[in-house]
Design a protein around this ligand. Structure first.
Ligand code: SF4
Ligand code: FES
Length: 363
């Protein structure tokens, strides 16, 4: 054993873990699934959802795995009667106020709460009182809200203050009166705002442009690289019947980690904008010509824009960059022909699915 590691036992399996690590990190490294909502590997620990409760030998009560540091010789039980009882109780508690509107929720099929409710929820609710209702916030043109679904995990709040560097969202009130919002009526304007859609484990924050457009299981996932800046963020393009429906981050620790800028995330909308430069036409006997690609069109003098950088000052003569070279248009179909189809995952990987669930690529 090295000096900077300790040995603990999780579900009877010995694990060598870095000193100071949390039990949930050790379990993740060992491939042992612990349910969680507020924990995100890129954010600080809040330990406010309590979904990750586990039994620890000699501890008087279940402990949150995301906030319990490992200690040498520690014995952790994630599936014992005590641990499972605690996890099921927390799930029941969360579902007291969370609406059961999965059929009309945009998060359906890729919701962490929906997944975990399958494994830890009760078939019948004991709650007969009225559920609370929270008015929706208008956060601007990119993020749709359904705040009645919020489970107060505060991932979106921590993302703003710890990653985006702008504390735009916060929590006000306590207990049942707690609300996530912008304090005063305003939109969320950070250039990274779309990431709160990914970190939200339920359908409280979803993508406005993508809203009600497709279900996760209807799309195929292609790998691509963002072409909008020098970062070259790694992307997944989600395509349904040849049409790009949305763009989400692809994890790459060396480049964009698990985040994506709004420009990279939402600019796919430009692919189908009505004022987009149409493809050149050439050939054909009917005088109308057939659609052709930019290379052919340019060579035949069909009026397409010159190559980017060819005109004076490097700008296109029409001010319109050649589409395939400068947007995700090329990335998506090109990748479509070469990349392997994968199951669709909206979330960045912080949350292993419960046992028995379909595994997600990139997670
Ligand atoms: S809006 Fe989503 S991410 Fe934010 S606190 Fe609520 S559940 Fe968590
Ligand atoms: S308390 Fe551990 S994941 Fe929320």
């Amino acid at each position: 054993m090295r000096e900077d590691t300790v040995t603990i036992e999780i579900d009877g399996r010995a694990c060598e873990v870095r000193k100071g690590a949390m039990v949930i990190e050790a379990a993740d490294a060992a491939g042992i699934a612990i349910p969680r909502f507020c924990y995100h590997k890129k954010l600080t620990v809040a330990a406010n959802c309590r979904m990750c409760l586990v039994e620890v030998e000699r501890a008087p009560k279940p402990l949150p795995a995301c906030a319990t540091p490992v200690m040498d010789g520690m014995k952790v039980f994630t599936t014992s009667e005590t641990a499972r009882g605690a996890q099921r109780s927390v799930m029941e508690f969360l579902l007291i106020n969370h609406p059961l509107d999965c059929p009309i929720c945009d998060q359906g099929g890729e919701c962490e709460l929906q997944d975990l409710a399958m494994g830890y929820g009760r078939g019948v609710s004991r709650f007969t009182e009225r559920k609370r209702v929270v008015p929706d916030k208008n956060l601007g043109p990119l993020i749709a809200t359904d705040m009645t679904r919020c489970i107060h995990c505060t991932r979106c709040v921590r993302f703003g203050s710890e990653v985006a560097g702008l504390t735009e969202l916060g929590a006000t009130g306590r207990g049942e009166d707690m609300r996530i919002g912008t304090f005063i009526e305003r939109s969320v304007d950070s250039e990274l705002s779309g990431n709160v859609i990914d970190v939200c484990p339920v359908g409280a924050l979803t993508s406005k442009p993508f809203r009600f457009r497709a279900r996760a299981w209807e799309m195929v996932q292609r790998e691509a690289i963002a072409a909008h800046d020098a970062v070259g963020s790694n992307l997944h393009v989600h395509v349904r019947r040849g049409r790009v429906m949305r763009v989400v981050p692809r994890e790459n620790e060396a480049v964009n980690e698990v985040w994506l800028s709004d420009r990279d995330r939402f600019s796919y909308e430009g692919l189908y904008a009505p004022d987009r430069l149409p493809p050149p036409r050439g050939g054909g006997d009917d005088g109308q010509g057939r659609g052709t690609d930019w290379g052919v069109g340019r060579g035949a003098g069909a009026g397409g824009p010159p190559a980017v950088g060819a005109a004076a000052g490097g700008a296109s003569a029409r001010g319109a960059p050649g589409p395939p070279a400068s947007t995700t248009a090329r990335s998506a179909p090109a990748a479509a022909s070469s990349a392997t189809s994968q199951s669709v995952s909206r979330h960045c990987p912080s949350s292993p699915r419960p046992r028995g669930a379909r595994s997600r690529s990139g997670a």
